[in-house]
Ligand binder design. Structure first.
Ligand SMILES: Nc1ncnc2c1ncn2[C@@H]1O[C@H](COP(=O)(O)OP(=O)(O)OP(=O)(O)O)[C@@H](O)[C@H]1O
Ligand SMILES: [Mg+2]
Length: 335
């Protein structure tokens, strides 16, 4: 039984690929009607987690309930409750938009006499009416994303999964899509779970955000709550001797992180501390090339909980993937 108000609830969910745990012990409650974001770098396990919820992958441990259905015992109930827009294009590029939508309706057994009306509504919602008969291979990336999203809605699911809905889109198209997503949530009361590695997207769109790193949820809350958990402002410095600088134990510094050629110092009331920092640099003859003061952002939250920036996390995940790949294909080790 799912707990009260959790339209999705996972307990200790685990998904392995051979011995590698892509999703590690994830316990989450997603409330009905919220836009919930899974924010994490490449390889964090976002798509894998969604795929288990969408029943396209089977978990190796733990449990997941979606709209009252157990993903392992009642996959059909789950599938009827959800719509999914995939990270990679899943439209048939040789067919037109209308034809793609028609296929989807047939797959979901939408009655024949309702199909034309559904297709018109979907094309209207995606602002693609004038391109209805154009083949998908002639669509732009943004047009494809919009079509995928409205296609996922045609059988009127209670829950919508959007895997990287705006990946690779220009800022203007991204904003337009955010508006559509908000509209769906507000007008239809649809619960939306999206994955993203764009901080701004999570910040702008999501009621609550779970930060996922290496298959684990490392923090969860509203954007405001997460930023508050960093407790303090962040002073970022680039100096000619970051090691020596980071070695200085200022009494007022709560946390020091060295990353990416920069030092981040977490402090209260940064404005008041800048002078002391600059004086120390002067006394120690360490040249400061850049100094920056800011209130916590989601990037800082990520750094706080994982010890790396999201980009660093991506690079490290790529490295680990290459190692695993080599280990599974010994003939590549020699290269
Ligand atoms: N079918 C598979 N077989 C083996 N390993 C896999 C498979 N699918 C995913 N993985 C691994 O599981 C981990 C999580 O992958 P996943 O695609 O869920 O990450 P993600 O957070 O969605 O990343 P991205 O932001 O790049 O989409 C990665 O290390 C990936 O290499
Ligand atoms: Mg993914």
């Amino acid at each position: 039984m799912a707990s009260k108000n959790c339209i999705i609830e996972t307990k200790g969910l685990v998904k392995k690929f051979d011995n590698f745990e892509a999703v590690k012990d994830v316990s989450l409650c997603i409330n009905e009607g919220e836009i919930f974001g899974l924010l994490g770098p490449n390889g964090a396990g976002k798509t894998t987690f969604l795929s288990v919820l969408a029943t396209t992958l089977q978990a190796n441990g733990g449990s997941a309930m979606v709209n009252g259905f157990d993903v392992s015992k009642s996959p059909d109930g789950v599938r009827k409750s959800i719509g999914m827009s995939f990270q990679d294009n899943s439209l048939d590029i040789d067919l037109t938009a209308k034809e793609n939508l028609w296929f989807h309706c047939r797959m979901y057994h939408i009655p024949e006499n309702q199909i034309n009306e559904k297709i018109s509504q979907a094309l209207k919602l995606a602002d693609l009416e004038q391109f209805a008969d154009r083949e998908i291979k002639k669509y732009s990336g943004g047009m494809k994303r919009r079509l995928e999203i409205v296609r996922a809605l045609m059988h009127e699911p209670k829950i919508l999964f959007l895997d990287e809905p705006t990946l690779g889109l220009d800022p203007q198209t991204r904003r337009a899509l955010w508006e559509k997503i908000k509209q769906l949530n507000q007008e239809k009361g649809m619960t939306i779970i999206l994955t993203t590695h764009y901080m701004e997207e999570a910040n702008e769109l999501c009621d609550r955000i779970a930060i996922i790193d290496k298959g684990r949820i490392v923090a969860l809350g509203t954007s405001q709550e997460l930023k508050k958990s960093v407790k303090g402002d962040v002073i970022t410095l680039e100096t000619r001797n970051n090691q020596a600088f980071a070695g200085k134990k200022f009494k007022f510094v709560k946390n020091t992180k060295l990353h990416n050629g920069e030092i981040s110092l977490t402090v209260d009331s940064a404005e008041k501390r800048i002078t002391e920092i600059v004086l120390f640099a002067k006394k120690s003859k360490i040249q400061i090339d850049n100094i920056n003061l800011k209130k916590p952002s989601l990037e800082d939250v990520f750094l706080h909980f994982t010890g790396k920036t999201i980009r660093e996390a991506e690079l490290s995940a790529e490295g680990q993937f290459a190692e695993r790949f080599k280990a599974s294909k010994p003939e590549l080790r020699a290269r």
